[in-house]
Design a protein around this ligand. Structure first.
Ligand code: 6R9
Length: 683
């Protein structure tokens, strides 16, 4: 937890607290009827003949990874120079590398190589905030836009290897910017445009960015947000930034859209002067493609680093096989490019595969709950990829908004970001998919680059709420939380780890390799630690049970409790804060914060408001907890060694204090009844 007085406590890592007591029931599958509901795929796949064919391919990928990934690397990637060595390194050493000796440019793989065969195919469909506000780009057009932007950036001094920050709304120019960076060999760091100025500043400073790309304003759900203003606020404390490239999304001028002469340039001006062809930088397979910040259990968000060739292969493979990709598909990933899902499944996967990719600026509820289905009908979407939080929000409106539209083009329905409950899964399957689509529940992480556990559309029989089986090259295992011993067999529960490196995995944490090792490689030595708990059921299917560390998932947004606490403690009144996640009907989880005040400050509704605003300022509005979720307390439950017992805080917040058990070993057991009373007073 964050504290202004005393020492920062040790990383609170105790997965055993989140794994169900295994003696409570005979099997983790008992009482879960969904685990026996096998749904055969309603159609067949184009790329894999059958479940047996998947199994054969999967077995090869595990027993002969080098042979398998060598073949895939040659088949999928256009190399400037082919690789010499397929894989290198181990989890234990933390020195994983793939396709060594290979040279390529990722933007060439996404654009140039398609020009001969599908130059006139639509690469990008943009659906703006207002229904029907559409822009389309063929591969030839997209190539030209990216080249112009890259040329302009090169003219402005952007060099290979320098990290460029992107703070962009969901517009085609965001994709131009990512690919222009890739063309120049300049890693991008996309910062979700919902993050606050403080959060943006921290990310710009951490990556040492000199150039920021943004837009005047963002438009979403009928509302405008002043992105450029936020950038300028962040840059007050980023002396290293000397170039800001501004896309004019709305063209608004005035006090809401500041412009700093000499530092800021309009993207359109930069592109207008630039050459329409830009020579791509030749990159080594292991050169950085991008950095993306994500939250962990401790400390500040970390810049997860992905490289060029391995990530590209992973993005292409998973996009092709999970979604049963075909030539005429219109693939719609509804994620934001500020998240890894947007990187892999709006940009790199679909474009490298020569597919038609959709970019969606709006929300599922704007102007009404029929928006997704309106988009599906108008564009003939074949694969829709969204998050459980969106599905839950839409479910509330029933089937009527879906049935108003013709959604028969849909073949595959994807979900990602958090576990999906059987109720939502069934609604997605029956109401949206009319039982004619495969539901692919894709389990993966920023760190993994792409899917890890997922059904393959048209191949894998599914179960409501299960991420099913591992993707090619993924060797999952379930381990005992305390000992790290591998639990063999089925009907078991524990911590999910990966036993074999895969090409798409992140290689380091920017500027802090030790943190990478500590976070992923040392918890269960020799394995990659996911941070998630999982059950393997009687059929060998995987069910993610949620994070076992201090990461909270609010509407699919991954947040560390440490970050939330740091934001709260930033307020003068607060001495110490402890944040936890509690279940929430729509958001999946909600943030709940226990706060200890300095002497001289009295608990009040106004103060609770200010503390909520502190979270908004430190992270972003999407993280702001509900008013009822700020509770003032006098003390927190800690062990004698000073370790915060979050399990106790969680049980109290959810009204389950009867399950607390023995608390007599706490440093001060008397805090427990006091906290219970404080929470009850809030209800
Ligand atoms: C892609 C992405 C990763 C965390 C992950 C897990 C949760 C993601 C899930 C899922 C259950 C799924 N998660 N997909 N849990 N089923 N299909 O979401 O990346 O933002 O890094 O979050 O999200 O807890 O560890 P990221």
């Amino acid at each position: 937890m964050a504290s202004k007085i005393g020492h920062e406590t040790q990383p609170h890592f105790s997965p055993h607290q989140r794994i169900r007591n295994m003696s409570e029931t005979a099997s983790p599958c008992d009482g879960r009827p969904e685990m026996t509901q096998l749904h055969p795929p309603p159609q067949t796949a184009a790329n894999v003949e059958s479940l047996e064919a998947y199994q054969a391919m999967y077995n090869e990928s595990i027993t002969d990874p080098d042979g398998f990934w060598s073949r895939m690397g040659k088949e999928l990637v256009t190399w400037h120079r082919e690789f010499d060595t397929v894989s290198h390194g181990s989890f234990a050493e933390g020195d994983i590398a793939w396709y060594l000796g290979g040279e390529l440019n990722v933007s060439v793989n996404c654009l140039d190589r398609h020009l001969k065969t599908r130059g006139d195919k639509v690469a990008l469909i943009w659906e703006g905030d207002e229904p029907g506000d559409v822009r389309k780009f063929t591969y030839r057009e997209l190539h030209r836009e990216v080249c112009k932007l890259a040329s302009g950036m090169r003219d402005a001094g952007v060099k290979a290897g320098e990290c460029v920050a992107l703070y962009m709304p969901m517009v085609p120019e965001a994709i131009f910017a990512m690919l222009a960076c890739a063309r120049l060999g300049a890693p991008h760091s996309v910062v979700f445009a919902g993050f606050s100025a403080d959060a943006l500043r921290d990310r710009i400073l951490d990556a040492g960015c000199r150039v920021v790309m943004t837009a005047d304003q963002g438009v979403r759900g009928g509302r405008r947000t002043n992105l450029k203003k936020t950038v300028d606020e962040a840059l007050l404390e980023c002396p290293g930034v000397d170039l800001v490239i501004v896309h004019q999304r709305t063209g608004e001028t005035g006090p809401d859209v500041p412009f700093v002469a000499g530092r800021d340039v309009y993207m359109a001006d930069l592109m207008a002067k630039a050459r329409p062809y830009c020579v791509p930088a030749v990159r080594n397979a292991e050169d950085t493609l991008f950095v993306l910040y994500t939250s962990g259990s401790t400390g500040r968000p970390k810049g997860v680093l992905h490289t060029s060739a391995g990530y590209l292969v992973w993005a292409m493979m998973t996009h092709k096989y999970t979604f049963d990709l075909r030539d005429d598909d219109v693939f719609a990933c509804m994620a934001d490019i500020g998240w890894i899902t947007g990187h892999t499944y709006n940009c790199y996967g679909p474009l490298a595969n020569g597919a038609t990719s959709m970019l969606f600026e709006s929300t599922p509820l704007y102007p009404d709950a029929g928006r997704y289905w309106d988009v599906v009908e108008r564009h003939g979407v074949t694969q829709l990829y969204t998050a459980p939080t969106a599905i839950r929000a839409l479910m509330k409106y029933g089937s009527e908004p879906v049935q108003k539209y013709d959604t028969s083009s849909l073949r595959v329905l994807g979900t990602v970001g958090e576990p999906i409950a059987p109720l939502a899964w069934n609604w997605y399957n029956e109401v949206v998919g009319a039982k004619q689509c495969t539901i692919v529940d894709t389990y993966w992480q920023t760190e993994t680059g792409g899917h890890m556990l997922t059904a393959l559309a048209g191949v894998t029989p599914t179960k409501p709420g299960s991420a099913t089986l591992p993707f090619f090259g993924v060797k999952p295992a379930i381990v005992e939380p305390d000992t790290g011993n591998v639990i063999e067999g089925n009907e078991v529960e524990g911590v999910l780890v990966m036993q074999q490196p895969w090409p798409g995995m992140c290689r380091t944490v920017l500027g802090d390799h030790q943190r990478y090792l500590n976070t992923y490689m040392t918890a269960y030595s020799g394995n990659y630690f996911t941070g998630d708990g999982a059950i393997r059921d009687m059929d060998g299917y995987y069910w993610i049970t949620g994070r076992v560390d201090d990461v909270v998932n609010v509407s699919g947004h991954r947040l560390g409790t440490a970050e939330i606490e740091a934001a709260v403690v930033n307020h003068d009144a607060c001495v110490e804060a402890a944040a936890i996640g509690i279940p929430h009907e729509l958001k999946g989880q909600d943030i709940f914060v226990y706060v200890i005040l300095h002497n001289g400050y009295e608990p009040s509704d106004d103060l609770a408001h200010e503390l909520r605003d502190a979270v908004k300022e430190g992270i972003g509005s999407f993280a702001k907890p509900a008013a009822s979720n700020i509770v003032f307390v006098e003390g927190l439950p800690k062990t004698r060694s000073g370790k915060l017992m979050r399990r106790i805080l969680r049980l109290i917040a959810t009204g389950e204090e009867s399950r607390l058990g023995d608390v007599s070993t706490l440093a001060d057991p008397a805090v427990v009844p006091a906290i219970i009373a404080a929470v009850k007073a809030k209800r």
